[in-house]
Design a protein around this ligand. Sequence first.
Ligand SMILES: Cc1cc2nc3c(=O)[nH]c(=O)nc-3n(C[C@H](O)[C@H](O)[C@H](O)COP(=O)(O)OP(=O)(O)OC[C@H]3O[C@@H](n4cnc5c(N)ncnc54)[C@H](O)[C@@H]3O)c2cc1C
Length: 423
Amino acid sequence: MTDTANTPTTDDHCDVCVVGGGPAGLTLALLLLKTGFRVTLVERSASLDRAYRGEILQPGGLALMDQLGCLTGALARGGYSLDRFQLVEADRVLLDIDYGRLPPPHTSLLSIPQDHVLAELLGQCRRFDTFHELVGHRVTELVTDGDGGVRGVVATGRGRRRAVHAACVVGADGRYSKTRRLAGIETDRIDAFAFDVLWLKLPLPPGRPRPREVRVFRSAGSPVLVYPSYPGTLQIGWTLPHKGYAELAARGVAHIRDEICRAIPGYADLVHEQIVSLGDLTLLDVFAGRAQEWARDGLVLIGDSAHTHSPLGAQGINLALQDAALLHPVLTAALRAGDVTADRLAAYAKPRSRDIAQVMKVQHIQAKAMLSQGRVARAVRPRLASFIQRTPVGSRITRLIAHGNPQARVRTDLFGPGVPTAS
Ligand SMILES: Cc1cc2nc3c(=O)[nH]c(=O)nc-3n(C[C@H](O)[C@H](O)[C@H](O)COP(=O)(O)OP(=O)(O)OC[C@H]3O[C@@H](n4cnc5c(N)ncnc54)[C@H](O)[C@@H]3O)c2cc1C
């Protein structure tokens, strides 16, 4: 029994209850507010001061932030533009994707702390008096009608229980989505990324040049992801065989440090100075998966709650933003028609499911190509890299990674009168 079990429940009413104030939830909330709907956001964290993982935005994500009028403000909070993605093997750059060759205006990757993006989205939501926030509240129950349709949620936090009644509930509460679990929707885990990731940040000393690329180093030992993270640090993601950490940790921090140095010898001095105990390393549970259903009567799942991606190819935030942009017109039409049934929401879920299947396929190939060990993989890798870089099919794959679905754009034509399209 929770400490609020006997607390009286108060009631809120809105058009849409968005559960989760991450990139997916806040983007959708802002789009719906601009369209004229009343939105209640339920977010379990009390502030933006929480742990984040993803921070690379692709040009497709940048374009949506720009169209929403949030990019300039997010950039002003700080971030690094990155020119290229590279796969480096034994000092040889096997794959070199130059983002400068993509069509303007967004011709780079952006490494930006996720709270800079969220602060900007949230700040814009707060300009609407039709926006209601229940921060520091977790969703604990779904409110349903007699036919199993979802009609709202119960949110618990700060010693109180609130029933939020809504025409539609959007589950945007991440990969362990409580909303999804409360609806009894199963997730299929996809074995596209059979690795664990040790995640660590290394502050760069003053005067040390900051890289301008996202790189995967495959020179020795386990592959390592390296990119600059604002402000002034290197983000390192060291992949290791799934469930292999316990054995490594048993050999001590010096052994792990040596292994990381072997993989990125150029940063060996920083690794030696800054990794002093196992506590300096974070082991991440990284997996890919997708929910078996994305829409029910009165309920739709977006972002990681519907489909979770491995970090490879920096897709998750970008896809979350695109989910919101693609759901926006479908949900607007459904709310205006007073018909928020699963059938109606399928106009979003069905085509989006095909997009996501395609991205997952590409990520699976990426994982195999970049991370596999062994002689065959070593022999095939350069040919695959050259295929990606030099053939039309390779260009299509690059465009898919960089832009996602080109139809995902902000539908400013649906916004209410007097709503600014950009700040
Ligand atoms: C190691 C790693 C690196 C990554 N790197 C990148 C990258 O570089 N680029 C990229 O695009 N993607 C990256 N990703 C993926 C990216 O982080 C996610 O795909 C993205 O954050 C998904 O956004 P979301 O809004 O769907 O969910 P989330 O960002 O997970 O947001 C969910 C929100 O819901 C809230 N919440 C959870 N439960 C409840 C509840 N019961 N009630 C109320 N609120 C709740 C949470 O507090 C959170 O604010 C990476 C992932 C990992 C693991």
